[in-house]
Design a protein. Structure first.
Length: 157
């Protein structure tokens, strides 16, 4: 008997994900930042289980904060771009490894503090009022399916 293929993975087109890049104007702790966002929006961002990235030598932990916007019926997630913690799995014996104890989810955007993701396919980040003099305007960014962060967000969605 011949097995039929229902789909071919090469033929599947993965849609890009729209995210927002959040840069802080001042260095403030996460709890203070989200307290001010919650006050301004009548939202309740709370810390969720950390996003975990498993590297070759380290496991990296990225704080996640999530809230549900009742009016737009959308779940918003802030993910820290910089790992807050790393646990070494094995000792590096090679001289030139590209893995360090600190990791950024977006290596080409190290000045970004948070990555904002929405449950919507075409998110409207303007519904979140950001604290004045604390945050630069949210920059729209598109993740393609071949980027590492795309796979991570799909896993945690």
């Amino acid at each position: 008997m011949e097995i039929q293929k229902l789909y071919d993975l090469d033929d599947i087109e993965f849609e890009d994900i729209a995210i927002g890049l959040v840069r802080l104007a001042k260095d403030v702790p996460a709890h203070e930042f989200f307290y001010k966002i919650n006050q301004a929006n009548n939202l309740s961002f709370s810390r969720k289980k950390d996003l975990v990235f498993h590297g070759g030598y380290y496991d990296y932990f990225f704080p996640r904060f999530e809230a549900y916007h009742k009016f737009s019926r959308t779940c918003f997630t802030f993910i820290s771009n910089k790992s807050s913690e790393s646990k070494q799995k094995k000792v590096q014996t090679e001289l030139f490894t590209e893995e360090e104890n600190i990791k950024f989810l977006l290596n080409n955007q190290v000045d970004v503090e948070y990555i904002l993701h929405s449950s919507e396919q075409f998110p409207d980040f303007s519904v979140i009022l950001l604290p004045e003099n604390l945050v630069f305007p949210i920059q729209d960014y598109t993740l393609s399916s071949d980027e590492e962060l795309y796979q991570i967000i799909q896993y945690y969605e």
